[in-house]
Design a binder for this molecule. Structure first.
Ligand SMILES: [Zn+2]
Length: 111
């Protein structure tokens, strides 16, 4: 690979690394909507009309999935946070591709 292309890769990586810091509200998890049955015996939820949805974000913590309840008032914020996470994951993927290229060229170490 030419020096110019290598410089381009390093420049691109620098740019991506700086983009990473532009998503402070990211939520690294997945959206979950749950429908529940309550404890009132005569409630309609026991005849098929379950309560919900209630909103949660599932996060992997120490190898286990934990679901965090999201209040309705925070639904849009939470969805935006998940969107930011998608962007960050794409950036990580791009950086990984660049680093693998750099590794082939023997200049993988931090620059
Ligand atoms: Zn009920």
């Amino acid at each position: 690979m030419s020096n110019i292309n290598l410089e381009k890769l390093l420049e691109k990586r620098k740019q991506l690394l700086s983009e990473l810091s532009q998503h402070p509200a990211l939520l690294h998890g997945t959206w979950v909507e749950r429908y529940n049955v309550c404890s009132r015996p005569n409630c309609k939820c026991h005849r098929g009309e379950k309560h919900g949805p209630s909103y949660h974000i599932a996060v992997m913590e120490d190898g286990k999935q934990r679901q965090h309840y999201i209040r309705l008032a925070n639904k849009d914020l939470a969805l935006a946070g998940l969107k930011q996470n998608e962007t960050v994951e794409n950036i990580l993927y791009e950086i990984t591709k660049i680093n693998l290229e750099l590794m082939k060229e023997g200049i993988y170490e931090d620059k």
